[in-house]
Ligand binder design. Structure first.
Ligand SMILES: [Zn+2]
Length: 364
C-alpha cells in the first residue's frame, strides 16, 4: 500500500478544499509514493506519539491536528515543532493531517460526538457559504434520463436530506457541424435543429470534475454544451458544528453529568444553567466558541464545545447554557472515526489508535 492510497481515500470523504482558510490539512511530511504497512491514528503529534510509531513500525501517522500549522522557514530544532518534524523525517515517518476538512462535513467529527451524546436529527450548525455550483447541460431528449442519472451517481443533485434534485426543460438546440467534425446528427455545413433537454443540477465544487466527466461519458455529442455557474447559496451539508435534539427533554444538570461521564471530562465549565429541560443541543468538538451566536440563533438550549473564553460566558446567559467540556475531551472521538473510516475501506490494513495520544492539560 502507498501513502497516497490512504490519503486519496480520506480525501474522497473529506476533501482538502473543504478545510478552513487558516488550516493546513493534508500530507505534511513524507511522500505520497512511500509504501506503508501500518498506520497510527492520533489527535496530536507529540514526541511520545512519534516514538510509538517508531516502536510499532508504523510508517504513517494520521493526526487530526496538523503538526505544521504556521510556515516553517528553517529546521534547526529551535522549537518543539521543528524538533518533531526533524525527528519524523529522520525516522522515515510520513505525517498526514485531516483537520477542519473532517470537521466541516456531515459524518465528521461532530457526527461521532453527536451520536455519543444522544443527539439526533442533526444538521450543520453554521453552513459554509460558497462552494456550490450549478451545472446546466443540453442533450438530445432520448439521452436525458441516462445523463441525468450519471450526474446524480457522480455526486450532483444533493440538497439537504434529498438527492436526485434537478430541473429539466425541453427546447430546441441548434448547431452547424464544420469540416473535420463527425456530428452525432446533422450534416456537415448545414444548420441543424435538434429537440434537446436542458438539465440543471446543483453540485459541490469539489465534485464538479467528476460530474462533468460522467456527463460527457454518457453524452452522444462530439462537443457537449454545458455551463457551470458559481452560486452564492450556503451548502447545508458543509460547515461548522452540528445541532440536533435529544430524544427526551432532560433536566440540564442530569444531562451535563451524562456528558461528563461519556466524554471522560473531569470538569465542565458552564455559564448560568437554563431553568428548563434541555432538548435542542448544539456541539462543536475542539475549539468552537466562534459558534456561540450561531447556536443561540438556532435556539439551542445548550451549546457544548471547548476553549470558551471568560467573557464569552456572559453571552446568552439564561437563554442558552454554554458548556466547555474541554478541547481534548470533545475532540478525541475523532480517532475512532478515522479508524472506522479506514477499516471500512481497507479491512486488512494494519491500523492502530495511539496509546500515547493524551490530553496535555491536567487538573488538580
Ligand atoms: Zn482541535
Amino acid at each position: 500500500m502507498l501513502v497516497k492510497d490512504i490519503t486519496n481515500y480520506l480525501e474522497s470523504i473529506a476533501p482538502l478544499s473543504l478545510q478552513d482558510s487558516f488550516d493546513n490539512s493534508g500530507l505534511l511530511i513524507g511522500s505520497p509514493m512511500s509504501s506503508v504497512t501500518k498506520a497510527l491514528i492520533t489527535l496530536d503529534v507529540t514526541e511520545k506519539v512519534i516514538n510509538e510509531a517508531i516502536s510499532k513500525k508504523c510508517e504513517l501517522i494520521i493526526a487530526h491536528h496538523p503538526i505544521i500549522f504556521k510556515s516553517l522557514k528553517k529546521l534547526t530544532s529551535s522549537n518543539l515543532t521543528e524538533m518533531l518534524v526533524i525527528k519524523a523525517i529522520k525516522s522515515d515517518i510520513n505525517i498526514y493531517a485531516i483537520h477542519t476538512n473532517l470537521d466541516n462535513i456531515i459524518g465528521g467529527v461532530n457526527n461521532i460526538l453527536a451520536s455519543k451524546l444522544g443527539i439526533k436529527n442533526i444538521r450543520i450548525l453554521s453552513p459554509k457559504s460558497g462552494g456550490l455550483s450549478k451545472i446546466v447541460c443540453f442533450c438530445p431528449s432520448d439521452y436525458a434520463d441516462k445523463i441525468q442519472k450519471a450526474m446524480f451517481d457522480s455526486g450532483a443533485g444533493n440538497i439537504g436530506n434529498y438527492d436526485s434534485c434537478s430541473f429539466t426543460l425541453n427546447g430546441t438546440g441548434t448547431f452547424r457541424a464544420l469540416e473535420g467534425s463527425t456530428p452525432y446528427v446533422g450534416k456537415i455545413n448545414q444548420l441543424h435543429k435538434e429537440d434537446e433537454v436542458r438539465i440543471e443540477v446543483i453540485v459541490a465544487d469539489y465534485k464538479i470534475t467528476n460530474v462533468i466527466n460522467a456527463m460527457i461519458k454518457e453524452h452522444p455529442y462530439e462537443e457537449p454544451a454545458y455551463d457551470i455557474y458559481n452560486l452564492q447559496n450556503s451548502n447545508t451539508m458543509i460547515g461548522a458544528g452540528i445541532i440536533g435534539e435529544l430524544d427526551n427533554a432532560t433536566p440540564i444538570e442530569k444531562y451535563l453529568k451524562e456528558v461528563k461521564q461519556i466524554l471522560g471530562t473531569k470538569y465542565i465549565k458552564h455559564n448560568k444553567l437554563i431553568d428548563r429541560p434541555v432538548k435542542k443541543v448544539a456541539i462543536c468538538g475542539g475549539s468552537g466558541s466562534f459558534l456561540i451566536d450561531a447556536a443561540a440563533k438556532n435556539k439551542a438550549d445548550l451549546f457544548i464545545t471547548g476553549d470558551v473564553k471568560y467573557h464569552e460566558y456572559f453571552e446568552h446567559a439564561g437563554n442558552m447554557t454554554i458548556a466547555d467540556a474541554g478541547h481534548y475531551e470533545t475532540e478525541h472521538p475523532v480517532k475512532e472515526l478515522i479508524y472506522a473510516l479506514l477499516k471500512e475501506n481497507f479491512p486488512n490494513f494494519a491500523l492502530q489508535i495511539s496509546e500515547e495520544s493524551a490530553n496535555p492539560i491536567s487538573f488538580m
